[in-house]
Design a protein around this ligand. Structure first.
Ligand code: NI
Ligand code: MN
Length: 225
């Protein structure tokens, strides 16, 4: 399958069977995204939480592509109320879709719709396709139960926020990766705005000193995994 990074927390996973899954597609209002929402397609859209830098252009894309949302219960209901298809789940629950398995994890963060309504708990997500697992940690602070996520799922790629202020900064993100023990860590949620400017090479170098692989994906880069 393929993993594409648009910057911030926005990724696209394309399964070998051709299913396209977007996670947190914040593109048009994202100063670092190399693409706009009208050039991406999605069979499914996973939202980790309802903040504007994660919902982003999800509704615009879903309308054009007839995408199905996958998110936690309250956020799925919000999508349904807007007239979209949504598969509701809860943290700790997994479901086998035709393309693979989705399981939501805890994340320590808030979640509020653009209208200011409470949108349930923020989450992380583990996407497993063809025996390869990607853990998108969402927006979160560091928590020790990440160790359990790594023990219960063999994580190949961990997409980990490093930008500080709203999420973990670099030192907490390094601890998070040590807890999860993925094959490869990919930094995200940084350098989109001045308040989350950090140096991703600092994260990469410190991880590599600890023997953990890190891949800094450039904005717009797609890799085969
Ligand atoms: Ni957030
Ligand atoms: Mn965010």
């Amino acid at each position: 399958m393929k993993l594409k990074y648009f910057s911030h927390s926005a990724f696209q996973i394309t399964s070998s069977g051709g299913t396209t899954i977007l996670i947190d597609p914040f593109l048009d209002g994202n100063p670092t995204s190399p693409v706009k929402s009208d050039s991406v397609n999605a069979d499914y859209i996973i939202l980790t939480h309802a903040h504007g830098d994660h919902i982003g252009d999800a509704f615009r894309i879903a309308k054009r592509c007839n995408s199905t949302f996958i998110c936690t219960y309250e956020l799925a209901n919000y999508c349904k109320a807007k007239g979209f298809n949504a598969h509701d789940m809860s943290i700790g629950g997994g479901h086998n879709f035709d393309f693979g398995r989705i399981k939501f994890t805890i994340a320590h963060h808030g979640s509020q719709t653009p209208e200011g309504d409470y949108a349930g708990e923020a989450a992380g997500v583990v996407v497993t396709i063809d025996n390869t697992s990607i853990y998108h940690a969402g927006d979160t602070g560091l928590f020790y139960d990440m160790k359990l996520i790594g023990e219960m799922n063999k994580i190949d790629y961990m997409l980990v926020p490093i930008g500080d202020n709203y999420t973990m900064g670099i030192s907490d993100a390094i601890k998070a990766v040590e807890l999860v023990q993925p094959k490869i860590a990919v930094p995200m949620h940084y350098n989109t705005f001045p308040v989350i400017e950090v140096e991703p090479n600092e994260f990469k170098m410190e991880l590599e000193e600890k023997g953990i692989n890190c891949r800094i994906m450039s904005f717009g880069e797609e890799i085969q995994i």
